[in-house]
Design a binder for this molecule. Structure first.
Ligand code: ATP
Length: 354
């Protein structure tokens, strides 16, 4: 197991900066997600931690030792690639034992270790099968077996489930997480899928354009997004943004959206200028007594809940409400907001006001 710390790590490819100065710590045994849209720099960050790419500047520590300029072979880690390239001419046992044999381990020890790994992964019964005819799931397990057999300090995975169909992906995600919980090895996992990150991760780093936007536990990132980017990237449908200009706190704790006063947390008092009022769809409540109203323009049925889209004086707004709420197109509905669930952002910088 290992603690991994990156400090002011930056990566340039020629004139292009793929990762801006980034710092965060991955604690021993954590399942840690690097999340962001395509091209945001998450793979490059992972590759630098793994030693497959050298940082332009900054430090990388594994268990306190600075390894930033050391190659992968000197870092005692295992990399699981998206495309599980197994050795096609070997059977399952051959594939899993290969890393141990190439280290010169004795046959008896190799067999014992392969047996343990097969037990953990539940693949005892296919050890002598050729890998060619295996199902996608079994190929995945064999590839994992090959990665875990060496007992590395940490695992690095780059979209390992990316090539799988949705149902199977979910199943493998659960298996991976369960495997991690049994083994407890530090795991760093790249994904562009916010749901996968929320479901599997102990902690998440959200990146955009080479910048770390936020770092924390999934619930804090969801409840307290640090930037508008994070608020939109996480959650489906994403957080609603209503733009307004003004000053908060003339009387203390309200904003005026088109002359309707809406309560906001007292801590946001004093903010002014172009601001964004952020509220998640599940926190928009139907409230007959509310002055702020929206006109229903669409509904989307999702089983137990429905997504209702409103036209409001400040733009479109989506609410997630119970399906049994009767809603008709064109209806005007009062909308209530619990101050504790509102995030205010500086509209220009996109940063949350705390
Ligand atoms: P994806 O999910 O699409 O792989 P990512 O977030 O993992 O995206 P990276 O692969 O880290 O992003 O790439 C970040 C940026 O750096 C991209 O614009 C990419 O084109 C660029 N980049 C990555 N590797 C190189 C390289 N070897 N040379 C030049 N540019 C590179």
């Amino acid at each position: 197991m290992a603690q991994i710390r990156i400090e002011n790590v930056r990566k340039e490819f020629g004139a292009f900066t793929a990762v801006q100065s980034s710092s965060f710590t991955i604690e021993d045994g954590e399942f840690f997600m690097l999340l962001g849209p395509s091209g945001c720099g998450k793979t490059t960050t992972l590759r630098m931690m793994a030693g497959l790419e050298l940082p332009t500047s900054g430090q990388i520590y594994i268990d306190g030792e600075e390894v930033g300029q050391k190659p992968a072979s000197q870092r005692d880690i295992a990399f699981v690639f998206q495309m599980f390239a197994l050795y096609p001419h070997m059977n399952v046992r051959g594939n899993i034992s290969y890393p141990l044999k190439s280290q010169g381990m004795k046959s008896a020890d190799v067999n014992k270790k392969v047996g343990e790994v097969a037990e953990i992964l539940g693949i005892n019964d296919i050890l002598d099968r050729p890998v060619g005819g295996l199902s996608g799931g079994d190929r995945q397990r064999v590839a994992l077996g090959r990665a875990i057999v060496r007992d590395p300090k940490a695992f690095f995975m780059d979209e390992p489930l990316g090539a799988l169909d949705a149902e199977f992906r979910e199943h493998m995600a659960e298996e991976l997480r369960a495997l991690h919980d049994r083994m407890g090895a530090t795991t760093v996992y790249v994904t562009h899928d916010q749901l996968e990150a929320m479901q599997m991760g102990d902690k998440i780093v959200v990146m955009n354009h080479g910048v770390v936007e936020q770092f924390g536990v999934p619930q804090d990132i969801y409840d307290w997004p640090a930037t508008k980017f994070v608020a939109q990237f996480i959650g489906s449908p994403p957080m609603n943004f209503l733009e307004f200009e003004g000053m908060i706190g003339t009387g203390g704790t309200e904003v005026r959206l088109n002359d309707v006063a809406i309560q906001v947390p007292a801590s946001r008092e004093g903010a002014n200028g172009k601001l964004t009022f952020g509220v998640r769809p599940e926190h928009v409540k139907f409230d007959d007594t509310a002055e702020y109203r929206g006109r229903v323009i669409a509904t989307e049925y999702l089983g137990t809940t429905q997504i209702v889209t409103f036209d409001t004086p400040n733009g479109l707004l989506k609410a997630r409400v119970a399906s049994h709420e009767a809603v008709n197109d064109g209806q005007l509905i009062g909308l209530g907001f619990d101050p504790r669930t509102i995030t205010l952002f500086d509209a220009r910088q996109g940063r949350a006001l705390r």
